[in-house]
Design a binder for this molecule. Structure first.
Ligand SMILES: CC(C)(COP(=O)(O)OP(=O)(O)OC[C@H]1O[C@@H](n2cnc3c(N)ncnc32)[C@H](O)[C@@H]1OP(=O)(O)O)[C@@H](O)C(=O)NCCC(=O)NCCS
Length: 140
């Protein structure tokens, strides 16, 4: 079940985020962001276990997809797909609102996931993640 994240979910979300970025909690400061109007933060919960989240900002002319993580034990079960579908269905006004994101150029699983939703590479950002390049991708 996908649902809006609550304050009680933040420890779990930060723990998931830290699987990818050790300083996730201090970079994203979700405790401050969770109640802002522009924040989109939802989780996937399975039998009481929060195993994935999606975090984005709903800006005036586009959505910035900032982070999506599925716990390693739950990958390849379409949870990532369902989170992005939920974002599109609920925030993109029948595809009128574009989504942008950055993804490391070597993150094949995420690239495949985004391409399945017709995200296109629009730019390459050199050394975006320390010394790793990132693609800027856009949908819509
Ligand atoms: C990227 C991520 C969110 C995908 O979540 P997921 O729930 O495992 O993805 P799904 O099951 O919905 O997969 C959808 C499609 O993406 C592609 N894909 C996902 N994981 C893949 C993998 N390990 N290898 C190859 N393709 C993969 C496949 O095309 C897959 O469809 P298929 O299983 O029918 O072949 C997950 O791997 C993750 O959390 N990664 C670490 C965090 C991350 O990199 N986030 C993105 C940062 S920009």
């Amino acid at each position: 079940m996908i649902r809006k994240a609550l304050v009680k979910d933040l420890d779990k979300i930060n723990a998931l985020g830290e699987l990818l970025q050790p300083n996730f909690k201090s970079i994203y400061k979700l405790k401050d962001e969770i109640n802002k109007d522009l924040t989109i933060l939802f989780v996937n919960e399975d039998k009481g276990i929060v195993n994935a989240y999606l975090y984005a900002q709903n800006l005036i002319d586009h959505i910035d997809l900032l982070s999506i993580i599925v716990h390693p034990d739950w990958r390849r079960k379409k949870i990532g797909t369902n989170l992005i579908k939920y974002l599109i269905d609920n925030y993109c006004y029948q595809d009128l609102k574009p989504i942008i994101l950055e993804v490391a150029t070597d993150n094949d699983s995420a690239l495949k996931l985004y391409e399945s939703f017709k995200f296109k590479i629009v730019n390459t950002r050199k050394n975006y993640y320390n010394n790793k390049d990132a693609f800027l991708m856009k949908r819509g």
